[in-house]
Design a protein around this ligand. Sequence first.
Ligand code: SF4
Ligand code: SF4
Length: 93
Amino acid sequence: MEGIDFEVKELVYRGEGDTGDFISFDPGRCDGCGLCVKVCSAGLWSLREGKARLAPRYRELCLECAACWEICARGAVDFSYPAGGTGVTIRFG
Ligand code: SF4
Ligand code: SF4
């Protein structure tokens, strides 16, 4: 069976307007497990000195999947969707 071939970034439309900060990270809760690094399809998390780090440009690169928030058992990541009209919209076809 043939797979569907597409580029996610071709489906992503970014609205106008300032999203504000919609992800927050508490390094005091982070145990450096690295799961956020593994689940982020946009590659926006990294580990440095035993703690996670979110890319400074996340506002313009994040796909708003909330996987980093969902996977973090330590409650170190908080996520909320940006205000309507800002952030990303996924378009199909
Ligand atoms: S999933 Fe949570 S605890 Fe694990 S590295 Fe990421 S922020 Fe830290
Ligand atoms: S919401 Fe998704 S794309 Fe954005 S930083 Fe978290 S895991 Fe990565």
